[in-house]
Design a protein around this ligand. Structure first.
Ligand SMILES: NC(=O)c1ccc[n+]([C@@H]2O[C@H](COP(=O)([O-])OP(=O)(O)OC[C@H]3O[C@@H](n4cnc5c(N)ncnc54)[C@H](OP(=O)(O)O)[C@@H]3O)[C@@H](O)[C@H]2O)c1
Length: 287
């Protein structure tokens, strides 16, 4: 099976590339240097020139605060590019997999299901919501995967580097009033392959970490796993005074995916322990 993967240099894209390779897909992974997703003419010509069975879009302008001040770029990359991708995938009879976000919701509910009404609070959320609407309107064979607060082992993502900060007693500033479903990227990448192989009906799926947590609660989990106290400064989202508004509670309920595909995430403790043990335990002289 031939796959075209956009966003292979990103947090999710790197893992997707790896798992696609492990599953013997033939992968073409254009980077920003090959196709800048702000150049729609180039994108269209590029995709039209290829033959593929599956098109995966893990590329996006993901800096929520940056998007507030760069609306045109954000809409071009996050909305209009996936629209072009979905049209061409449909013309070629290919499956289109596109990632979306919990930020399409306003956070006023306790949890969100696939069919809940959207009401984004930010330019980023709006751009992702427009993309969903356009892909659905276009029809074709698509999976829109909404996910939430990604973290991986390694790299610079906030939730992955917490053990390092705990070990060095560095102050960690975290929000106590933004609850979501932190999602371990290797789980999401594997879940994507399982969805693809499942014959589940096309449409929108929530694939998240499955357990609600604020960033501060996540740090408490690391404290338990490591048996150490973190130097934590708990703040409200309002205190951070960031450009973009975030939903207070954007927990994505993944019941539809887990029941149809039968692949559930482990509790957060499992992944926190894995990250600590694989990356930081050797540095921890007290353990
Ligand atoms: N991160 C999260 O917490 C989170 C939460 C919910 C949903 N999501 C969604 O999950 C998906 C993957 O997110 P991620 O965190 O893996 O993203 P990421 O790490 O920020 O990576 C974004 C990718 O998009 C590429 N890209 C951005 N602008 C581009 C452009 N103009 N032309 C070509 N490529 C461009 C980047 O290329 P460069 O390396 O060249 O910049 C990179 O490969 C996205 O759809 C995102 O909206 C993420």
């Amino acid at each position: 099976m031939k796959v075209v993967l956009f966003g292979s240099t990103g947090l999710l894209g790197k893992r997707l590339y790896k798992i696609l390779e492990e599953n013997n897909f033939s992968i073409l992974a254009p980077t920003r240097e090959d196709v800048d997703l702000q150049d729609h003419h180039l994108l269209e010509n590029y995709l039209k020139s290829l033959n593929f069975d599956i098109l995966i879009n893990a590329a996006a302008c993901t800096n929520t605060d940056y998007c507030e001040d760069h609306k045109e770029e954000c809409l071009k990359v996050n909305w209009l590019s996936p629209l072009i991708m979905s049209k061409i995938a449909k013309d070629k009879g290919a499956i289109f997999i596109h990632y979306s976000t919990d930020y399409v919701f306003d956070g006023s509910k306790d949890e969100y299901f696939e069919e809940d009404a959207k009401s984004p609070l930010s330019v980023y959320g709006l751009s992702k919501s427009y993309a969903e609407d356009s892909i659905i309107k276009e029809g074709g064979s698509y999976y829109i995967i909404r996910t939430s607060l990604l973290y991986d082992e390694g790299g610079k993502n906030f939730l992955s580097i917490i053990p390092e900060k705990i070990l060095s007693n560095e102050e960690i500033i975290c929000t106590y009033d933004l609850k979501s479903a932190p999602t371990f990227v290797p789980y999401l990448a594997e879940a994507t392959i399982k969805l693809l192989n499942s014959n589940a009906p096309f449409g929108i799926y929530h694939i998240s970490g499955g357990y609600p947590a604020t960033p501060c609660e996540f740090i408490r989990i690391y404290e338990e796993v490591m048996g150490k106290n973190a130097n934590v400064k708990e703040v409200s989202a309002a205190q951070l005074n960031r450009r973009a508004k975030r939903p207070k509670n954007s927990f994505l309920n993944s019941f539809k995916f887990t029941t149809l595909v039968g692949f559930k995430p482990y509790p957060i403790e499992h992944y926190a322990r894995r990250i600590y043990e694989r990356l930081y335990k050797k540095q921890d002289r007290s353990s």
